[in-house]
Design a protein around this ligand. Structure first.
Ligand SMILES: [Zn+2]
Ligand SMILES: [Zn+2]
Length: 401
């Protein structure tokens, strides 16, 4: 028999819904970019302190950790929320729209923070667990490199605030609100960036034979890059190479000296990631050389793949099914062509990133869009899920009183 007969239900968090909405709207109104989450971090730290957490600020820049130990249990669990906003001008017209020009919570990190605060308040009050709860409020998920998760890990996150497993949630537009999506193993892609400068020989547009035209070289490279996914990779291994930037030239009668390409690369497998990198490099150099031009390549590895460990994913899936019913849980959802710096935390500890539906149809606005908003319907659901996950995780034989 469990020492704790009652596990958190969504109905336990419904009374807190108004408070959580107010917190979420306040954060939404005051968005802060990567590593500038000063007010957001101060709010999180103040609330955690009021509720009885031991609070450490300045972890990895503007990160905040709240620690709560209850009973004699030796197990520990880490829950992570991201706090940063994006450099986007909000166009929702909402009464709580951003008051910081050019900044917007367009990825729902305001909601992630509010859901975790909801669990923090509930768990600090009810204390139905035995062990240690670590709450990681991280900065700079959106920074692309030198991200908040990396910064917190470098700052000794898992040594100073250890946990046996770590979990995080991201909202998911296009799926009904409150539906939870899980996937064991590789879940989200690695995201790399490639910057290519092609050097030719500029000249008069009427005398191409006296020049080396970098525009033609760039065009040829763009087309050649299309063969990597279609001709070099196993068709069963998904990958994307997108040329997002192609810049060259200033006038119709001038052959420019240089051209620039900028690429985004997404892969789901370490070997494929390496293979794609090598093919891009070989192909760019060979193409440039074949036209008598040269190329410089800056290949920047971004976030690694999000890889969910099997046992922890299975555990979290079952907790979601207990809480919401099987109809509200997708135990094996599709791969996601997007990246998340929680991947770095999953390289350090077993754990799971899950997704929670943010709305369909008219409510299905994509993240990073000026019209996006986090769905407040998820606040008590997400907070209840975190609470129950903690109660179940820290209700082990070693944790039982
Ligand atoms: Zn985002
Ligand atoms: Zn995000």
């Amino acid at each position: 028999m469990s020492a704790f007969p009652h596990y958190c239900e969504v109905s336990d968090l419904v009374p807190a819904a108004d408070t959580l909405r107010a917190i979420r709207h306040h954060i939404h109104q005051h968005p802060e970019l990567a590593y500038q989450e000063i007010e957001t971090a101060a709010l999180v730290a103040r609330l955690l302190g009021e509720w009885g957490f031991s609070v450490t600020t300045g972890v990895g820049g503007t990160g905040v950790v709240g620690t709560l130990s209850v009973g004699v249990g030796r197990r520990s669990i880490g829950l992570r929320a991201d706090m940063d906003a994006l450099p986007i001008t909000e166009a929702t017209g909402l009464p709580y729209a951003s008051r910081n020009p050019g900044k917007m919570h367009a990825c729902g990190h305001d909601g992630h923070t509010a859901m975790l605060l909801g669990a923090a308040q509930y768990l600090a009050r009810t204390r139905n667990f035995s062990g240690t709860l670590q709450l990681y409020f991280q900065p700079a998920e959106e920074s692309g490199f030198n991200s908040g998760a990396q910064a917190m890990i470098k700052d000794g996150l898992f040594e100073r605030f250890p946990c046996d497993a770590v979990f995080a949630v991201h909202n998911h537009p296009g799926v009904a609100p409150g539906v939870m999506l899980f996937r064991e193993g590789v879940f989200m892609s690695a995201g790399d960036k490639v910057y290519i400068d092609i050097k030719g020989v500029g000249g008069h547009g009427a005398r191409p034979h006296q020049a080396v035209d970098p525009v033609v070289v760039a065009a040829s490279i763009v087309m050649a890059l299309q063969t990597i996914v279609s001709r070099n990779l196993d068709p069963a291994s998904p990958a994307v190479i997108t040329v997002g930037v192609l810049k060259a030239g200033t006038a119709t009668n001038v052959i420019p000296d240089t051209a620039r390409l900028e690429l985004g690369v997404r892969t789901f497998d370490a070997a494929i990631r390496k293979q794609v990198r090598q093919r891009i490099i070989d192909l760019v150099y060979a193409q440039a050389q074949s036209y008598g031009a040269t190329a410089e390549i800056d290949y920047v590895e971004g976030y690694p793949m999000v890889v969910n460990s099997p046992a922890e994913t299975d555990f979290a899936t079952k907790v979601a099914q207990e809480l919401l019913g099987e109809g509200q849980v997708v135990p094996r959802t599709d791969l996601i062509m997007g990246s998340e710096d929680f991947a770095y935390m999953l390289q350090q500890r077993p754990g799971c990133m899950l997704r929670i539906g943010n709305g369909e149809g008219e409510d299905g606005c994509m993240v990073h869009n000026p019209g996006y908003d986090f769905n407040d319907h998820n606040l008590p659901i997400g907070a209840a899920f975190w609470s129950r996950l903690v109660e179940r995780f820290l209700d082990s034989p070693t944790g039982a009183v």
